[in-house]
Design a protein around this ligand. Structure first.
Ligand SMILES: Cc1ncc(COP(=O)(O)O)c(C=O)c1O
Length: 381
């Protein structure tokens, strides 16, 4: 089977994990700080907080931003459910804004219409997603967010290494914290950097950073400067209701080792995308191509075709396991029970009918890619 995505583990990765297994630390130890520092340097943010997975990262962001029963938060229906669920974990209301069919990203004009239709103060934040690796223009979104006093949590799970160029001509890496208050990443095996399970929050906001550190580990601190009193060497205080969302040191060791190849792997992803682009040009396969000034990170390579289910089955018959990203979140039974209309987001629904993610991962061989292309062209022709 050729899957749509998979991890790429090298001998060096295995050696890095083995070394940590032989060390004194399995849960949070020295590898965490090292991973955070190196990841922040790669992305270009001031701070990074390693956590147990991307979902935990989203939950901690929602907690740090005080999402509660009174919060209304906007996100896209074309994303993994976790982008929306973090609002629900804190009792808030998720409001979806439809996508732009050209990019499959949240449509900033739709966000604007939502904001204009309610009194200022109705909405509290927005969670844009750099879906498939296509960077959201956060400069535009920030302008709107400032007008309505909203925070931004960028879900950059698909986009480490992606960037857009802002109106000043400056490269803005996904997750660099310039326009978003917080950004999150996942290190699930199919992502650019695999930790098994793992996640990261990046930010340039020191206050939020310190709050996240506390929330990541039960709300407990041993920091002398923060303690209300000190009863002895053992003493710690639980100052907030936090969680255990720590990343184990073994996973961080793998992440550090993977990070070394991040740029090389990203280049390979771009090479694969270019070959698909060329192969499908002039056919009735619809592609999403990044606009000028946007550097796509190609977590996914998505095609849109009329007979998607038939193509999925045809590829599976030939041992190619494509996937669909995503079933719109508002269509999920949980959100249906909450009263969301299935028909409310026509661009998202229409995109879902035709989309298919085809194999895209750095270790995909030329022979495998040629076979995938051959089978897809055979089907559409
Ligand atoms: C866009 C997006 N957000 C959040 C997540 C959640 O990450 P994790 O699986 O690490 O919890 C994922 C992972 O699949 C994702 O693709």
């Amino acid at each position: 089977m050729i899957p749509y995505g998979k991890q790429f583990i090298s001998e060096e990765d295995i050696a890095a994990v083995t070394e940590t297994l032989k060390s004194d630390f399995l849960t949070q130890g020295p590898k965490i700080g090292e991973f955070e520092k190196k990841f922040a340097a790669y992305i270009g943010s001031d701070f990074a907080v390693a956590v147990s997975n991307g979902t935990a990262a989203l939950h901690l962001c929602a907690l740090a931003l005080n999402v509660n029963e009174d919060s209304k938060v906007i996100t896209t229906p074309i994303t993994f459910a976790a982008s929306a669920n973090c609002v629900r974990y804190c009792g808030g209301e998720v409001v979806f804004a439809d996508i732009d069919p050209e990019t499959a990203l949240i449509d900033i004009d739709q966000v604007k219409s939502l904001l204009e239709a309610s009194p200022k103060g109705t909405y509290h934040g927005i969670i844009p997603v750099d879906f498939a690796g296509y960077p959201v223009n956060l400069e535009h979104l920030r302008k709107l967010a400032d007008e309505y006093n909203l925070w931004i949590v960028e879900d950059a799970c698909h986009a480490p290494g992606g960037f857009f160029t802002d109106t000043k001509g400056v490269r803005q890496n996904c997750g660099n914290g310039i326009y978003a208050d917080l950004a999150i990443f996942s290190f699930h095996p199919v992502k650019h950097i695999a930790c098994g399970e793992g996640g990261m929050i990046t930010t340039n906001n020191k206050e939020l950073y310190e709050k996240l550190l506390l929330l990541r580990t039960h709300g407990i601190t041993k920091d002398q400067a923060l303690l209300h009193e000190n009863q002895g060497g053992w003493y710690y205080e639980m100052q907030e209701l936090g969680y255990n969302y720590r990343l184990p040191d073994m996973n961080a060791a793998l992440g550090i080792s993977q990070l070394k190849r991040a740029e090389e792997n990203l280049e390979r992803r771009k090479e694969i995308a270019k070959k698909y682009d060329d192969a499908f040009a002039g056919t009735n396969i619809q592609l999403i191509k990044p606009a000028e000034g946007y550097d796509h990170a190609y977590h996914l390579y998505i095609i849109q075709v009329a007979k998607r289910k038939e193509l999925y089955d045809y590829l599976k018959k030939h041992d190619i396991l494509a996937q669909v990203h995503y079933i719109p979140v508002h269509q999920q039974p949980y959100y249906q029970q909450l009263g969301y209309s299935k028909e409310a987001y026509p661009y998202a629904n229409n995109y879902y009918k035709n989309c298919l993610s085809i194999p895209m991962f750095p270790s995909l061989t030329d022979t495998e890619q040629d076979f995938v292309i051959e089978k897809i062209l055979e089907f559409v022709q």
